[in-house]
Design a protein around this ligand. Sequence first.
Ligand code: B12
Length: 209
Amino acid sequence: MPADLAALTAAVEAGDRAAAAELTRGALEAGEDPERVLGAMTAAMDAVGRRFQDGEIFVPEMLISARAMKAGTAVLEPALVAAGVVPEFTAVVGTVEGDLHDIGKNLVGMMWRGAGFEVVDLGVNVPAARFAEAAAGRGAHIVGLSALLTTTMPGMRAAVEAVRAASPGTRVVIGGAPTTPEFAAQIGADGHAPDAGAAVDLARRLLAR
Ligand code: B12
């Protein structure tokens, strides 16, 4: 039912958790294809990411939309599993060793989930070897490293090297306030994104076949 899906997109964009869950339930009960229901929510997160990049909205609004999407996907998940819809890409995210900042990393993880990726979140203070283990063990297509401290940025180089050694085909991208595209190039990462919206574009670009 297209009208319901448009309402679902609007609910996620507005960050209305209850409506997102209810409209997801309604769409499924009406026999809507779970993949199209997911697409309606992904479209909302794409719009949110663009508005964030354009400076129209800020972190709190993005978090609220991401939570609404989470409420919808919680309802949708059993239907997706039953329909055999598997995420096309697996991503590993984490904040590098010595660094406890996780708000930005969480946003990137949420936006990647919103883009339909399976996201394995390793948390904060993650040693290089743990990124490598997870990338190889989960067959990750992409690894996202976050650092907010200049003192923990060197840990990104170690993590890039460890992932490359364990899992040569995996893309590695970095972000966090002190990082730059130049630093990403220096440490051999595949890319850098300044915010969570751009992280979606970057991942899609790198993983495009
Ligand atoms: C909140 C905060 C904290 C909280 C963290 C809580 C938490 N759960 O994360 C607490 C209080 C714990 C904290 C502690 C410390 N902090 Co602090 N903290 C901040 C603060 C104010 C905000 C960070 C934040 O969440 N920003 C909002 C998010 C959304 O933005 P973001 O993280 O940059 O993420 C975006 C992008 O960078 C990008 N991104 C982020 N990660 C990734 C990853 C990938 C793969 C990609 C593609 C993109 C991407 O996308 C995100 C979303 O758009 C910053 C100041 C600032 N303005 O950055 C200082 C700041 C980072 N902290 C700082 C410092 C010094 C510390 C402490 C050392 C303080 C102390 N003396 O104890 C400790 C260190 C603790 C540790 N070992 O990590 C300094 C760092 C200075 C430096 N150059 O190294 C800053 C810059 C403050 C300052 N101006 O001095 N901090």
